[in-house]
Design a protein around this ligand. Structure first.
Ligand code: SF4
Length: 292
């Protein structure tokens, strides 16, 4: 396997059960479902179901982003031209928007891609969105280049996801939110580092950094609903993934804690965690915030 990247190794593994074309079209389909999820969510307003009266924020934020990023000469309503402009000054707001949109859709029973869980479904789409619109050189990318980014990102993210599933857990009920949001953040960091040209050591480092700083994250959803803190938490974890990838890419891949070590640490931390913090809604925010 010398010379192959993490995405290449994952592709070889996948080829044991399907053709290269099936792998590519399957991954592109997954991205299209993620994109559709965001588009659907941006058109839905009002409060989320369940009684907490959590207002959907993504549609308003999208309108505001369009206004803030309008270009001179845009002639449409409120200075917009109907196009989305990916002004690099607003990368964080776009990433937040995608994460919120997906998780608000999840919280209302809409269609999301489980990646790796529904509660953490917004992180990979948000970071992949960043890769497609804000990573260096993407303004010159062809349609085929963009598809390659999607495929390589998801292969590398998937490779890391397999490790969490095999060696630890991706279940909040078993190990707390570190297994859901933490794993998704780690997977997304690996995907971004991969498509930004990371070596296998840098990709592994990116995944490790993202999980290292999610260790101990508890699951304490208010009212047992996947809304608070889950929706915002996805946006925060997406930013963490982007930072982890950037930190890894500024290094040479050498680091003190390996990805295997941090995965085992996550598993052990989850084992030691009180059941109050494992999706039971009996601790943390779930008991300290009054439901209304
Ligand atoms: S707090 Fe619990 S329910 Fe919410 S995203 Fe994390 S693991 Fe899922």
């Amino acid at each position: 396997m010398t010379g192959l990247g993490i995405a290449d190794v994952m592709a070889v593994n996948e080829k044991a059960t399907r053709t290269e074309e099936e792998i590519r079209s399957g991954l592109l389909h997954i991205w299209s479902v993620m994109e559709n999820c965001v588009q659907t969510s941006l058109k839905r307003e009002g409060v989320l179901p369940g009684g907490l009266k959590v207002r959907r924020r993504a549609p308003d934020w999208y309108e505001r982003l369009k206004k803030e990023t309008a270009r001179p000469g845009d002639t449409g309503q409120d200075g917009q031209d109907g196009q989305d402009h990916y002004d690099p000054r607003y990368w964080q707001e776009w990433v937040n928007l995608v994460a919120l949109a997906v998780n608000e859709e999840n919280a209302s029973g809409g269609r999301v891609v489980t990646a790796p869980t529904n509660g953490a479904a917004g992180i990979i789409p948000a970071v992949l969105f960043y890769a497609l619109h804000f990573a260096p050189g993407m303004d010159q990318a062809t349609e085929e280049d963009r598809d390659d980014v999607v495929v390589r990102f998801l292969l590398a993210a998937g490779a890391v996801g397999v490790l969490y599933k095999e060696q630890a857990s991706i279940s909040g009920a078993e190990v707390g939110c570190q297994g859901e949001v933490g794993s998704a953040s780690s997977m997304a960091a690996a995907g971004l580092a991969e498509v930004m040209g990371g070596t296998p050591a840098q990709v592994e480092n990116a995944a490790e950094i993202a999980m290292e700083h999610n260790l101990g994250l508890t699951c304490d959803p208010i009212g047992g609903l996947v809304q608070v803190p889950c929706i915002e938490r996805n946006a925060i974890a997406a930013a963490k993934a982007i930072n982890a990838a950037k930190m890894a890419l500024w290094g040479d891949g050498t680091h003190r804690v390996s990805l295997d070590e941090v995965i085992i640490t996550m598993r052990e931390t989850g084992k030691d965690m009180s059941d109050k913090y494992k999706e039971t809604a009996m601790g943390g925010l779930a008991v300290n915030v009054v439901e209304c």
